[in-house]
Design a protein around this ligand. Structure first.
Ligand SMILES: *Cc1c(COP(=O)(O)O)cnc(C)c1O
Length: 402
């Protein structure tokens, strides 16, 4: 049996929606499909949403919106995909990496120690779809002593009066924390709709706003709509309406809007996400949990503790006592039997760019421990019970050799 690690869902409803875009609306760039997708994200997350062309560009957009740039520091976990750091580096900010906890999420005590008067934003990552401890993070940035350290340099920084908590929710659409959906847990949340993510548009992302009362959310969303379109006050769709030619450029924006033809793919998925696609993912996660809970070598990934519920984006299994070399050899064995697996993640300080910049792996011992014995198994819509059974059997048989 050959089981790829990840496969995007391209079924008849997806094909129909894309065909509708190509043959009926005939509109390719941002237009009615993007608006419909934004409405679905809003409905799912209970927060106003803006679609963009990737998580990375959405995060850059929000950091720029808050006025983050050269001289500023942004705190991120060392254990994540590199985009979490690159979004800040590419707008000139300095990245401060901190360690994570055993549940893969940013260590709030480590964040506290990393805060300086230059800190402008914190980017927690909901790894695998497991939400970080947002109550603790939001309480930390609101502490009077922490607020006192914050040096507001722009109007929006003045308005917030503290560090921005910008959630890297690339994995966590549909996850929940104490009954609240991902999208409402931080000041702003960015989802990814890249091909391997729970809801995909090929490449894409969405930003959800959940700002304190001092902000006019509708006005901020309107501004971000312009800001994601070169600062232009009218989209091509709006300009295309009769008499709609005149526009203004009101800010030095980015060009990161989502095309309609991409939105159509995600639209056909997100409509079925809560009722069908997410439960299907969770069923796979639970099947793995049931199978591996019988073995003392298996450390099951965080999933549902009553307060937090994962969106089951990844199945990051850990192999108790395994060294990095043993884990790598296990991957080799499993791959030879046709099962695609992955490691989430190689901590950033182990990668050339970050090592060259002076980040040192010895500063992140928990991240190293997670990395050494982690093994992500296939989990996606369309993975059958039989395929899950085969993955379990292959992993079980391979572990015996160590
Ligand atoms: C996929 C991913 C991103 C980047 O998403 P893009 O849409 O490809 O920019 C960022 N952070 C994490 C944790 C991811 O997994």
């Amino acid at each position: 049996m050959n089981i790829p690690f990840a496969l995007p869902l391209i079924d008849q409803p997806v094909i129909d929606e894309v065909l509708d875009c190509l043959t009926n609306t005939g509109w390719l760039t941002s237009g009615p499909k993007v608006r419909a997708l934004e409405a679905e994200v809003e409905r799912l997350c209970g927060a106003p949403a803006l679609c963009v062309n990737s998580w990375t560009s959405g995060a850059m957009l929000m950091l720029r919106w808050f006025g983050v740039g050269p001289g500023d520091e942004v705190i991120v976990p060392a254990y994540t995909y590199s985009a979490t750091a690159l979004c800040a580096m590419n707008i000139g900010a300095r990245v401060v990496m901190v360690d994570v906890g055993e549940d893969f999420c940013i260590d709030v005590a480590a964040v506290r120690r990393a805060i300086t008067p230059r800190t402008k934003a914190i980017l927690p990552v909901d790894l695998g779809g497991w939400p970080c401890d947002y109550d603790a993070l939001m309480a930390l940035v609101a502490e009077p002593e922490v607020r006192a350290l914050f040096r507001a340099a722009t109007e929006r920084q003045e308005q917030l009066g503290r560090m921005l908590v910008l959630a890297d929710a690339a994995h966590s659409i549909g996850a929940a924390y104490k009954g609240r959906p991902s999208g409402q847990l931080a000041d702003a949340t960015v989802f990814s709709m890249h091909s391997v993510k729970n809801v995909t548009t090929g490449e894409g992302g969405a930003v959800c706003l959940h700002l304190p009362e001092a902000f006019d959310m509708a006005a901020e969303l309107q501004f971000l709509r312009y800001f994601a379109l070169n600062g232009q006050t009218k989209s091509a769709f709006e300009k295309n309406q009769a008499g709609g030619w005149r526009y203004d450029i009101v800010a030095q924006g980015l060009k990161v809007n989502m095309p309609d033809v991409c939105a159509a793919i995600g639209l056909a998925q997100i409509r079925r996400y809560q009722a069908e696609l997410l439960p299907e993912r969770k069923a796979i996660f639970e099947r793995y949990n049931r199978a591996f809970s019988a073995y003392s070598w298996a450390i099951l990934p965080p999933y549902d503790d009553g307060g937090r519920v994962s969106s089951a984006h990844l199945y990051p299994l850990r192999l108790r006592g395994f060294t990095e070399q043993q884990r790598d050899a296990l991957i080799q064995r499993v791959s030879e039997r046709g099962v695609g697996v992955n490691v989430h993640y190689i901590p950033m300080p182990m990668l050339s760019l970050f090592r060259g910049l002076g980040y040192r792996m010895e500063d992140y011992p928990v991240a190293r421990g997670l990395y050494e014995n982690e093994l992500s198994l296939p989990i996606y819509n369309g993975l059958t019970e039989e395929m899950v059974g085969y993955v379990v059997e292959v992993v079980r048989e391979a572990v015996v050799f160590f």
